[in-house]
Structures are given as structure tokens and as C-alpha cells.
Design a protein around this ligand. Structure first.
Ligand code: SF4
Length: 492
């Protein structure tokens, strides 16, 4: 992993921990949505639903090529255009081409993490096209020149005081911290953008091959406007975000909104799948679906990690994760933060480069318990760590810390032989002496072990370890046994 990213992770984490605003917001989101989702799964009437959806997600992934072909065919039949992008660059180039061909001057965006993954805004802006986010949280982030820190609550790191100040600076409103007033100010500013935009760019929560429609869930109504008012609607979709049938799409959406916001269904669910037809009161003149690979085929082909593509991006794993709950989203330096980000960011963007993400999680298993589709993220995190420890050609992983590997190999040997282990403990007991402080704790260790004492003191090796006490007692019993036997014999 590059030192730059490593230090960005550590610096980001430290900054987040030092921010009282963020810590308060993270506590709130974990209490309300994290614990809430856990409770919701316990009380779910249909206890088979999560397993059913997981099965359908995995089945879809196993037949993804056929299902995507069917989706493309259905969308084209509806009059839409479909483009398969192998890379982020191809997706950006296609979007730009559509925009330029149609003399687009302004774009409104909504619900698109994929657009952040492929980093489309700079390309559009460079071409002189105005880009405006329409999800309230994303809009705030855009005004602040910031990046999202949560999958579904992008500006969780800001409070109403930050937002009030921002709106006064950027929108010129009277100073206020009243949430309804702030929402109305954003609504007014966004309404004008939505009414005049030439093109709407959205993501895709779940497409359906059976109907050729994409579904988008929202609670703000901006998606309906972004997809129906501009002349062109272009949807960016990660290639795994598809179901084969409407039944699967319906059930998966029900889990998505429950996992994301404890809702049985979101306020709006929009289905789009082509340009408007004659007689339709509204809708785009052109509909484009861009199906993006950008590294997903490689994940799909590896059975160890395929499961990560079953993710429906609800964000529940962030809301329960003790690590995310302290360091927030910015420390991950990725479009996808939290436990799911710790798995897919290294897989999509390089395991060496993002090694700290998979090493930073605690493997407590809470993300698996809360995930609506029971994604085994702890297993995949362990698999990534294994690759970092031993290297892996398939994923181009170099052995992350060779010295550490030697230490662990030696440790493995030592603990496999009791006499070697005892000798090692005796030696370590002597070596630790200069490091023991007045409080009888080790304050600072040297060399490779120094990281262990960066943030805490460690207890020294005990003067008598458990095995030494055991040995003594066992040896005493051994010595006593013949005497007892002798006594017994004499009595006879
Ligand atoms: S891994 Fe599971 S909990 Fe996390 S975002 Fe994906 S679906 Fe939601």
C-alpha cells in the first residue's frame, strides 16, 4: 500500500475521532439505523425473505451474462439505448458523447454512487456543462466542495449549523439553522435547476431483465423530476445491479429500503425504461442505460469474492460497524466506505493500494448480521488479509509486510513446540525489562512491535505464566503419586 494512502487513512481517522459533530452524528446513526435494522430483522414477519433474496442475488450473478443481455434487449425494445462500458473511461466518454451530441448545457444528477466511482463530474464540467446534484445531502456536499461520507446519508459529518452557514455563503439566504427553512432554500434553488436542465443522470438501484426497466428509490421526489423533466435521461448502472424477474426486484427493493432507512418502502419508487411515448404527459426524449463493468467481471470470476456483488448498497453495514462508527466515511478515501467499502474498494481499485481498509475492520461480524442479503463481509475481509500476508498473483497482491511474515512464521514454529515456546517466554521476560515503566506496564516497544504501544500500554509477560504454574503443580502431583501408591500398597 502506498504510504500516501496509508497516512491519508490514519490522518482521516484521527480527524474524524477529533470531531465532536461527527462523533455525535455517528452515534445517532448507529443507535437509530444500525440497532434499528438489527431489531427489524428479528421482527420481520417473513423470516425467509433475506435468504430468498440472497439466493436470487447469487443466482443472478451466476447467470449475469444472459440476464444482462435480456435486460439490454428489453430496454432497446422500449426505445432506449444501451451501452456496455468495460471501464470508467468508456462510461465517461459515452456520457460525454451523448451530452455533446444533444448540445447539453446543464445536467441534474441523482442517486448515483456509480457516477462518483467513474468520476464523471470533472469531465462534464471540463466540457462546459453545469452539473448539479439533486439529492439534498449530495447537493449540500457539492456546495461545500466536499465528498460524501456515507452511502445514504452523504453529509452526516455536517450539522445544521454548518449547513446554515454554507447556505448563507452560497445561496445568499438569511442566517438560519432551522432545518425546514434550510430545506426550503435548497428546494427553491434546486427546482430552478431541475426545470431548466437538459439532461438527467441517475444511478440505478435495481434493473429488471423481465421488464427492461430500472428502479430508483428516493424520499425526496428529486428522482422523478430528474428522470422526467430533462430531454435526456442517462442511467449509470453497475453491471451487478439487476434482477431477473419483477418478483425478485420487488422483494430486493423491500429489503433495500428496510436496511437503508427502516422503511417498508421508500416514499418514491420510480421505474424508467425508455423514452416517452406518444401521448405520455412527460418523460425524456432519449433514454440511455450505461452498464458498467469497471473491475466487476474480475470479482464475478472469483468465487471467493463474488458474493460482494450481491450487495444492494443499503448502507446498513456502515450503520452497525464499530470502526465506521468512529472514523466515519472520509477516512476510507473511497466512493464506498464502511465494511462493504473495505471489501470492494481494494477489489475494484487495488488490494495493495487500499490494504489498510481491509486491515482496519474488527471482524466482529456485526456487518454480516445486519446485512439484508447476509453478505459475509468478515469472511471476505479475512481472505483479503490472507492475500496481503502471503501475496497473491491473481489479484496482484505483493506480500504486504515480509518482516512481519517472518515474525509470524517464527511464532508459529515456537508455539507448535512447547519447549521452544517456554524458552522464548523466558528470553522475552528478560528482554522486556528495560521497557517496563513505573506503573508496571510496557509503555513503548521497539522495532516491528512498536505499533502495539502507539496508543496503549501493554502488560508485561507475567513473572509466572499459566503454563509455568501448571508445570509446577503437575510436577508436584507427579512427585506425590509414587508416595501415595506406596502408602496404599503398605496398607494392603
Ligand atoms: S454489504 Fe449488505 S449491509 Fe452493506 S451496503 Fe451491501 S447490502 Fe447493505
Amino acid at each position: 500500500m502506498s504510504k500516501k494512502i496509508e497516512s491519508a487513512y490514519i490522518e482521516g481517522a484521527k480527524k474524524a475521532i477529533a470531531s465532536p459533530t461527527l462523533q455525535k452524528s455517528l452515534d445517532n446513526i448507529q443507535d437509530r439505523f444500525g440497532k434499528g435494522a438489527m431489531q427489524l430483522w428479528k421482527e420481520l414477519e417473513d423470516q425467509g425473505m433475506r435468504d430468498r433474496v440472497k439466493e436470487s442475488r447469487m443466482r443472478t450473478l451466476a447467470h449475469l451474462d444472459i440476464i444482462l443481455m435480456e435486460l439490454a434487449q428489453k430496454v432497446r425494445k422500449r426505445g432506449g439505448k444501451v451501452f456496455f462500458a468495460r471501464t470508467a473511461e468508456e462510461a465517461v466518454a459515452y456520457t460525454l458523447e451523448v451530452a455533446q451530441k444533444n448540445q447539453v448545457k446543464s445536467v441534474v444528477k441523482g442517486k448515483s454512487m456509480t457516477s462518483m466511482e467513474i468520476d464523471i463530474d470533472p469531465a462534464l464540467e471540463k466540457a462546459g456543462i453545469e452539473v448539479v446534484e439533486t439529492d439534498l445531502g449530495e447537493y449540500i456536499i457539492q456546495l461545500a466542495g466536499d465528498t460524501p461520507s456515507h452511502i445514504i446519508a452523504p453529509c452526516i459529518h455536517m450539522d445544521r449549523h454548518d449547513i446554515g452557514k454554507l447556505f448563507t455563503d452560497k445561496l445568499g439566504i438569511e442566517p438560519t439553522t432551522d432545518p425546514p427553512e434550510l430545506t426550503m432554500a435548497a428546494r427553491k434553488a434546486l427546482r430552478e435547476k431541475l426545470l431548466s436542465a437538459d439532461m438527467g443522470i441517475t444511478g440505478c438501484n435495481l434493473a429488471c431483465a423481465e421488464t427492461g426497466q430500472i428502479a430508483l428509490v428516493s424520499n425526496e421526489g428529486n428522482i422523478r423530476m430528474s428522470t422526467t423533466m430533462p430531454r435526456i435521461h442517462l442511467a449509470l448502472m453497475g453491471m451487478e445491479r439487476v434482477t431477473a424477474t419483477t418478483d425478485e426486484q420487488r422483494e430486493t427493493l423491500q429489503l433495500l429500503t428496510r436496511g437503508a432507512a427502516l422503511q417498508k418502502l421508500s416514499t418514491y419508487v420510480s421505474f424508467n425504461g425508455g423514452p416517452k411515448k406518444e401521448g405520455d404527459p412527460d418523460g425524456p426524449e432519449e433514454f440511455h442505460l450505461v452498464i458498467i463493468d469497471n473491475g466487476r467481471s474480475k470479482i464475478l470470476a472469483d468465487l471467493e469474492f463474488r458474493e460482494s456483488l450481491a450487495c444492494i448498497r443499503c448502507g446498513a453495514c456502515l450503520n452497525i460497524c464499530p470502526v465506521y462508527g468512529k472514523i466515519g466515511g472520509h477516512a476510507y478515501n473511497s466512493t464506498y466506505p464502511g465494511p462493504i467499502g473495505a471489501v470492494i474498494t481494494p477489489l475494484l481499485d487495488g488490494v495493495n493500494k487500499h490494504a489498510d481498509l481491509c486491515k482496519g475492520e474488527t471482524l466482529c461480524g456485526a456487518c454480516l448480521d445486519v446485512c439484508p442479503v447476509k453478505n459475509d463481509l468478515p469472511r471476505m475481509l479475512s481472505a483479503l488479509r490472507y492475500k496481503l500476508a502471503y501475496g497473491d498473483n491473481r489479484w496482484n497482491v505483493r506480500q504486504h509486510n515480509v518482516k512481519e511474515a517472518y515474525v509470524y512464521a517464527a511464532w508459529q514454529k515456537a508455539i507448535s513446540h512447547s519447549s521452544a515456546y517456554r524458552r522464548m517466554i523466558k528470553t522475552a521476560r528478560l528482554l522486556q525489562k528495560p521497557f517496563i515503566g513505573k506503573n508496571n506496564m510496557i509503555k513503548k516497544m521497539a522495532g516491528l512491535a512498536s505499533g502495539w504501544t502507539d496508543d496503549r500500554d501493554l502488560p508485561p509477560i507475567a513473572q509466572r505464566t499459566f503454563s509455568e504454574i501448571w508445570d509446577e503443580k503437575y510436577a508436584k502431583r507427579q512427585q506425590q503419586t509414587p508416595a501415595i501408591k506406596e502408602e496404599t500398597n503398605n496398607e494392603k
